[in-house]
Design a protein around this ligand. Sequence first.
Ligand code: DX5
Ligand code: ZN
Length: 231
Amino acid sequence: MNSTRIINAPSLANCAFTELGQQVEELVRGGADWFHIDIMDGHYVPNLCFPVKIVGELKTKYPEMVADVHLMVTDPMSYLPLLKSNGADWVSFHMDATHFSRRTLTTIRDMGMKAGVVINPSQPVSVIEPVIHFLDYVVLMTVEPGYAGQRFMEDSLGRLDALVALRKAHGVDFLISIDGGVDYPNAIECARRGAEIYVTGIFTVFRQPDGIADACVRFKQTLTRAVEVLD
Ligand code: DX5
Ligand code: ZN
């Protein structure tokens, strides 16, 4: 029995910023589960994205939506109090951004948020082993971080297999999130392999001919079916 639940977490970095409010509304109407919110500091990655303030505004307007914050910053610990006061629900950071991943994870949890680490394409997935018992989720980058709209790296599928195997070997139950260039063929492969969370972007949810809301419905249905046939 495969009881995987598919979580659609659209990356708001893919919104047209001049139409942000309207596009967020469409995501909600289409049944998106989480908002994936990329926060960049211009140092960990050579780009900027959202300020923390957007988390608070989104949670005020859509309290039922999960705010999944992906920190691409050199000092994740310093963002945590502000993220908490803005209502962030799930927070992930890059393991190579800090010497103190374990302390950062436990601090996130102690604040009442769910905690995760992000694995870059150049890191072995085994990098999570020392902190494997402190994880609510692991974000597997399937592109180099820093920009939306890049193509999914095909060798990520083998890396996902290794991550799923690691989860099983340690008897833990963190969720696996796929972030970067998620498209249909690869998302279906990831669903079959055991990933739960999909950071969706321009290849699935945005800029689709059927519009954002219907594209969200289609994504969820397609992936749910792909997993159901395994049951
Ligand atoms: C990249 C970000 C992603 C990105 C995903 O650094 O972490 O969340 O916005 O969007 P797509 O699917 O367009 O790669
Ligand atoms: Zn992201």
